[in-house]
Design a protein around this ligand. Sequence first.
Ligand SMILES: [Zn+2]
Length: 292
Amino acid sequence: MTETDNGTTMKEDYAAMVEISNEGARELGFDDVGTMWRARYDLPPAEFADETDRLWGQVKPLYDELQCHVRAKLNEQYGDEVVPLDQPIRADLLGNMWAQSWGNVYDLVAPGDADPGFDLTELLVSDGYDAKKMVEAGEGFFSSLGFNPLPDTFWERSQFTKPADREVVCHASAWDLDGADDIRIKMCIKINSDDFRTVHHELGHNYYQRAYKNQSPIFQGGANGGFHEAIGDMVSLSITPDYLKTIGLLDDVPDASKDVGLLMSQALEKIAFMPFSAYSWINGAGRCSPES
Ligand SMILES: [Zn+2]
């Protein structure tokens, strides 16, 4: 079965779900469910869409250059038939099921002399990091900003590794169970750079949740959904060579000439993700509770 076939089998159910969701939204006074989702940002839904377009317009030139570069490199690899230079890039070539981040094709598209000078996954493995130590590193980052350590219950009740005896949803998520101190993460941590960043991201949710626990219940949430995501993502942007040296993972910070590789790998993750997140996430496709 191809991905297209897969979508076809879901089509009728999906259309029915859209119809039911719109009906619910109309009962709540919105035109449709999309309008309802876009109404969560302290400005009229139409203005929110315009503002998103405006902000995206600022980044799009960089995205266009990245897309053009990646397509040219993939064309070198796979040829004109698979990667025509005047067409969008086929999603199945980008190393991620949703084509939402392109980091897995780094080796194919990196500039020739762009070795970042170190491999975080290798550093974590050779330093003997396990799942708990990865989380402790994340906690250490927040402690260095002045936040209190995570409560004992966090360490007792979180899921760091995939249980051997049952199926679980491994998609990383952060939870606030009681609106007080029972914060947890649920992950199936692997010892690699991706999950090292994800730990910092998920803990961003937990620290944010704890920071608003004394507000009245109506204010116990992110300023908006995007804000909740931004806390952890901003923190994971701080996983720089300098930071890795500070926590003893890296002996020497590579000189600035190695930054091109580092910036390219960031772009493949973050810039490539932007149109995906802006034009699917804000429409609700990725919005769920808990924060993930
Ligand atoms: Zn998140």
